[in-house]
Design a protein around this ligand. Sequence first.
Ligand code: MTE
Ligand code: MO
Length: 374
Amino acid sequence: DPYSTDPKRHPVLHPASVKPFNAETPPFLLVQQFITPNELFYVRNHLPVPKVDPETYELEIEIEGKNKTLSLTLDELKKLPRHTITATIMCAGNRRSEMTKVKPVKGLSWGAAAVGNATWTGVRLRDVLALAGVDEDAAFKHVQFEGLDFDPTGKTYGASIPFWKAASKRGDVILAFEMNGVPIPRDHGFPVRVIVPGTVGARNVKWLARIIVSEKESDSHWQQNDYKGFSPSTDWDTVDFTKSPAIQELPVISAICQPSEGQTVQTDDGHILVKGYAWSGGGQKIVRVDVTLDEGDTWHVANLDHQDTAEPPQHWSWTLWSARIPVKPGTKTVQIWAKAVDSCYNTQPESFKNIWNLRGVLSNAYHRVTVKLQ
Ligand code: MTE
Ligand code: MO
C-alpha cells in the first residue's frame, strides 16, 4: 500500500477520499480564525505523500535551451533573502457538491471548505530564477513545477504558471518552507512547496522537486486535461481539453460557514447571526458581501470582520465576514443567500445552472443555506 506511510491527520478533518487523502475543515471551525491552523487546513493530494529527507533534498532548476541545471540544497535555498506572505489557497473544486445538484460532475464532492488561509515563509521564486540567470525581462512564457509524488507509472504531479507571475516582484510567488511559523507539514508539501498567491490551488505544487523555465506549459495531466472550465453544454463526448485555458486566477467566491445547511438556529432578539468567508483570485480584495433572507428583495451588507491591509492586486488573503439579520416573527425556516463583490466589481453568478461544467470547477454561484429557526 503506497499510502501506508502517509502522515496522521487531525480527526476533525472531513474526508472526501482516503487514498489519496483529501479532506476539508468543518466550515464552522474554518471561520473561527483568520489564519487556519495547520492541522485543520484542507488537504488535497492526488497521490501518496512522499517521504522526503531534508538532509538529501535537492531542488533542480532547469532553463530550456541551457544544458546546465542549477541545483540547490535546502540549506542553500534558506540562505536566500526570506519573504513572508499571508495567502489563501483554494481548490478549483471547492463547493463542487452544490454544482452536482444541477447535474452530476466528475470530481471529489467538496463542500465549501476546500480552502484555507496561512502565513507562508520562504524565498522568492524570482530570486531563485535570478540565480539561474533568468530575470523578469527574459522571453520565456511559462514556469513549470514538478513534485516528488508520483503515480504507479512513475509520472510526477506537475503544473505551470505564466512566466510573468513567477518572475515579477509583485507576483509574490515563493518557494515556501514554513507554514504558520513551523516547517511545512508533510501533507502540505514538506520540505518545500510553491505558493502562487491568487492562483488556483492546483498550481501550488507541494514537495517541489524541479522547476523548468520554458516556452511551454507543463504537459502534466493536471495542467492539460483537468482544471479547465467549459460550457454547460459540453459533455464527456464532446469535450476537447485543448480548447480551454488552464485555470490560473480564480473568480470571486464566498460561502456561508455558520449556520450550516439544515441546522436549527436560535434567534437572538429577533436576529440571526451569519458568518462566512469571501475571496477573489488575482490579488483582488473583497469590497462587499451581501446577504439576503428573502431571495434578494432585501440585501444586508455584511461586516468585513477580518481583512488583510494589503492593496489589490496583491491582496492574497480571504476576508471573514458576519451579518446579524432580522427575521420576521413566526418565521420557521429561512434560506440565506450570500454573494461577494471584489475590487474589480466582479461578483458571483446567481445560480449553478448556467455555470455548470463537467469537472465541477469554478463553482462560485451565490451560496444558499436553508436553516430552521427556533
Ligand atoms: N502538489 C503536489 N505535488 N501534488 C498534489 O497532489 N495538489 C494540488 C496542490 N499541489 C497537489 C499539489 C491541489 S489540486 C491543491 S488544491 C493544493 O495542492 C492543495 O494544497 P493543500 O493540500 O496544502 O491544501
Ligand atoms: Mo485542487
